[in-house]
Ligand binder design. Structure first.
Ligand code: ATP
Length: 245
């Protein structure tokens, strides 16, 4: 079943500091996403990967095109729906995480991870238990669980960030380079967690630079080239090339 239909998505940026020139982020990108699949977005630096995720999350308002979310009761065009609909979908349906943790001052790591679960209605104790399980799976040292992530290393912070993103098992999860700061062993643990904790109900669209990660997690690969869609291929047909000449 199709959960997202992306159709003719374009995003340009007006660069007033550059004498009103325009920079193309995305140019007429179209593809469908199936429920429960894991889609990896790849492409050279500047090819539009982050812009695509931000348009799907409506951090960026596209200039044209549609992003239709096929919900259980109705279809919603994320590119044009009212802001209050976006807020509701972000709370209930769509998660997004960049490679950097949004700092929440003086909130311990375990509560940072538990927070989306509490917002979903879970008890604080249950939410904290799940958070501890996730932090354990990602090898975040136990002595850090009650500490503030502001003092953590980049890799520790990124693990807290990833745990927080996957904790509520959103229907659609957008991940922008969630493992970039992790060493190979921790990255492997993160990949394992993505496939074990997310039970096939969650549709994941993720930007990953590491071809090994793409091959380990993805069902299909979306290749972007200079803002345009180069191809969408099953992962076993993906050769690691970001652009086919
Ligand atoms: N907020 C913005 N303002 C102006 N230009 C932007 C903005 N966001 C993205 N761009 C431009 O859009 C193009 C695509 O950028 P984007 O960040 O989506 O690429 P990317 O594939 O994610 O790159 P990287 O792999 O380096 O993170 C680039 O030319 C970039 O400069």
């Amino acid at each position: 079943m199709t959960i997202l239909s992306i159709d003719g998505l374009s995003k340009t940026f007006d660069m007033h500091v550059l004498g009103d020139t325009q920079v193309v982020g995305l140019d007429d990108v179209s593809f469908d996403v199936q429920t429960g699949e894991f889609l990896a977005i790849v492409g050279e630096s500047g090819s539009g990967k982050s812009s695509l995720l931000k348009c799907l999350y409506r951090t960026y308002e596209p200039n044209s095109g549609r992003v239709v979310y096929h919900g259980p009761t109705r279809d919603v065009d994320l590119a044009s729906c009212p802001a209050r609909t976006v807020i509701g979908l972000r709370r209930d349906v769509i998660g997004y995480t960049s490679q950097f943790l949004d700092e929440i001052p003086r909130v311990p790591a375990v509560d940072v991870v538990a927070r989306p679960l509490v917002e979903q209605g879970h008890s604080r104790d249950d939410a904290r238990e799940t958070a501890r399980d996730l932090l354990t799976a990602l090898s975040v040292p136990r002595e850090l669980w009650e500490a503030y992530p502001a003092t953590f290393s980049g890799g520790e912070r990124q693990r807290v960030n990833l745990a927080q993103a996957i904790a509520p098992r959103p229907a659609v999860l957008l991940l922008d380079e969630p493992t970039s700061a992790l060493d190979p062993e921790t990255r492997r643990a993160a990949i394992d967690l993505l496939s074990t904790y997310l039970d096939g109900e969650t549709t994941v669209i993720g930007v990953f630079h590491d071809t090994n990660v793409v091959e380990a997690v993805a069902d299909r690969v979306v290749v972007l080239d200079d803002g345009r869609l180069d191809r969408v291929v099953p992962v076993d047909e993906y050769d690691g090339e970001v652009v086919v000449e």
